[in-house]
Write a protein that binds this ligand. Structure first.
Ligand SMILES: [Zn+2]
Length: 305
């Protein structure tokens, strides 16, 4: 089974856990690492003959246009990670619309074609920001990958569908490809990406991908950030929890990723989840109403499509 490899292309100072540590005005003066780190990742993927989906931050695309063109030229899918890495639920609808539109415009001008996929900063489509789906539909995205169906202090809709669903909103339809989870002891547990790939025992990640493929017959979606493959990045003076999440086991990311790429098949998100995207295009749909916004009520679309 083809799994999805996704890369959120941003700097080490962009994660929202650093919002109180680094002001956007400092972004211009801090040392930059994203281009070298992303190119190293591109070489790693070329060595393993794997294509991936790169959710590129507009701020990065604006400063490194040739990097974005190279990502596409190497056969990867370029998708959108917003412009300034702001949390959707903090921005509100109008600022989110402006941020997303700016980022999509930059990428499409660079590539000369439409960008179909979106991922919000820090999985920040939550029950209080379901309006974001309407804005993404209006902006012309075919799919979104911004919901983590877990309980977490910064993000998550724990009762959301664990499998791709087609969401119908007042503005139209969009496919949501949620972050990968496994179901254990009556709860959803995060699997196979970011800090979970670095911080949890690697045996759990391998088991989770195999379980999703063999027992649940669905692709896993692994996500990494270029800064996670950079153990010598400048360390920022954050609190202990953020430092643990950001810096712990950075040296493990690359070998673990190589191991996953050897053991399982990986490709672009739009290929790994082609069946769900085609089904949605063919009209299969489940409703997700506005009434779910801002409550703990399960979205009415929270089931298998
Ligand atoms: Zn991000």
């Amino acid at each position: 089974m083809l799994n999805a490899l996704t890369v959120d292309v941003e700097e080490y100072f962009h994660p929202n856990a650093m919002d109180d540590v680094v002001a956007p005005s400092q972004w211009e003066v801090l040392p930059r690492r994203v281009e070298d780190n992303t190119r190293r990742l591109l070489d790693l993927l070329a060595g393993q003959a794997v294509h991936a989906t790169f959710f590129v931050l507009g701020w990065v695309a604006e400063r490194y246009p040739s990097l974005v063109r190279d990502i596409a030229a190497r056969g990867h899918e370029v998708a959108c990670h917003g412009y300034a890495h702001r949390l959707a639920y903090r921005l509100g609808p109008e600022q989110f619309r402006a941020d997303v539109g700016r980022a999509k415009g930059i990428l499409e001008d660079l590539l000369g074609r439409e960008v179909q996929g979106f991922r919000a900063a820090s999985w920040s489509i939550v029950n209080a920001s379901l309006w974001a789906f309407d804005i993404l539909i209006e902006a012309g995205f075919a799919y979104d990958s911004s919901v983590f169906p877990i309980r977490h202090d910064l993000y998550g809709i724990p009762e959301f569908s664990r499998v791709p669903i087609c969401i119908t909103r007042p503005a139209g339809r969009i496919v949501e490809i949620p972050a990968s989870t496994v179901r254990l002891a009556g709860r959803n547990w995060p699997a196979a990406g970011g800090g979970y790939l670095r911080l949890l025992p690697f045996g759990f990640t391998r088991w989770a991908v195999r379980h999703l493929n063999d027992a649940e017959h669905m692709p896993a979606m692994v996500y990494v950030h270029p800064w996670e493959l950079d153990p010598s990045q400048p360390q920022l003076p954050a609190g202990w929890l953020t430092r643990t999440r950001q810096y712990r086991n950075l040296r493990h990311t690359e070998p673990r990723l190589r191991c996953l790429l050897r053991e399982f098949r990986f490709g672009r998100l739009r290929d790994a989840f082609a069946a769900a995207l085609h089904a949605a295009a063919a009209g299969a749909s489940l409703p997700l109403s506005d009434s779910a916004a801002g409550t703990d009520t399960p979205p009415s679309g929270a089931s298998r499509s």
